[in-house]
Ligand binder design. Structure first.
Ligand SMILES: [Zn+2]
Length: 326
């Protein structure tokens, strides 16, 4: 099935050496737009920027259409070519501001003047579906003033990413019809777009862009390079294969025992995704001759149990006594 909405970003996993990366940015204070807080729930949209931003770039050998920027407020820049393409296609649900490139820390790039770059802030909106998204924090309700979802208090002792939902599901009937958008009722730095933007990226051969279905499982997307929007096949493969695709649980058990770290990592992901179906094989690995394998299997079992997968008391007890390698 074709997804309706995509997460749009720079392709930070690919071409690391080929395209630059924005490392620092600064603007003047008046360029930060603070949204007024909701009088009812106190929620507010995170500050975004307006006006000129100054960015330091590192690395790369050629200028790309999209440049990733560290720090979640900016996310990425677009080239003038992309800006014009969007406008010509009638896509205008975003604010945009020119960026000054204050410093280029790459010798090959210093020889080529950069095209103008822009920071964009999507103004289109859609609600996130609080039921189908399966939030890990309890949803207490909706603010009747601003419509934001209200969550139970955030447990301060635990790392925030533990509370990230596995996938984000937009609520189709709340879509305002725009093609570049953000969530309305849920604070996140995710930039969304529709297939129209993705097709434009394909037609105009935008470089260094990344698109993923927004409802993709985070587990499946680890290590995936996004939809192959420039490839010969259309429609492209919209979703990656599940992590365990192509091998039986017994075969994954052998992969985890492999000396090759890439194969071990693939097996790690496969067992996380297999859940209950892999518990027996992991249990057998607790008796493996290599301590590294025993510890890995124990870690996965403990992780699975935390995620609600049924792991027997006996296996969990053995897993928790596995000593880390000296
Ligand atoms: Zn509110």
């Amino acid at each position: 099935m074709t997804p309706h909405f995509f997460r749009v970003d720079d392709n930070h996993t690919g071409n690391e050496s080929c395209y630059p990366w924005g490392q620092q940015y600064f603007g003047t204070l008046e360029t930060q737009v603070g949204e007024p807080a909701c009088p009812q729930c106190g929620g507010r949209e995170r500050t975004h920027y307006a006006g000129t931003l100054y960015i330091h770039l590192e690395g790369g050998r050629e200028w790309s259409d999209v440049i990733g920027v560290g720090g979640s407020a900016i996310r990425f820049l677009i080239s003038e070519r992309v800006l014009t393409g969007l406008h010509d296609a009638g896509i205008d649900s975003f604010e945009y501001y020119q960026v000054e490139i204050a410093e280029v820390r790459s010798r090959p790039l210093r020889r080529v003047p950069p095209p103008p770059y822009y920071y964009i802030w999507p103004t289109g909106r859609i609600d996130i579906d609080p039921v189908r998204t399966e939030f890990k924090l309890k949803v207490l309700g909706t603010c009747d003033q601003c419509g934001r979802l209200l969550f139970e208090p955030f447990p301060k002792t635990l790392y925030p990413s533990r509370y990230m939902p596995d996938h984000l599901t937009p609520k189709l009937d709340t879509w305002d019809g725009t093609h570049l958008l953000k969530f309305r009722n849920y604070e996140s730095q995710v930039r969304l777009c529709t297939e129209r933007v993705l097709r434009l990226a394909r037609e105009q051969r935008w470089t260094n862009s990344c698109f993923e279905p927004v409802d993709i499982s985070r587990r499946d997307s680890i290590g995936w390079r996004g939809i192959d929007y420039l490839g010969p096949q259309w429609p492209p493969k919209w979703y990656p294969d599940p992590a365990s695709f192509g091998k039986t649980p017994d075969e994954w058990r052998e992969e985890l025992r492999s000396d090759d770290t890439a194969r071990q990592y693939a097996a790690f992901k496969a067992f996380r995704e297999l859940g209950e179906q892999g518990v027996a094989q992991l249990g057998r690995l607790l008796d493996d001759g290599q301590s590294r394998v025993r510890i890995d299997a124990a870690r996965i079992l403990i992780q699975l149990a935390k995620e609600g997968v049924e792991v027997s008391e006996a296996l969990l007890e053995r897993s928790s006594t596995m000593e880390p390698a000296p």
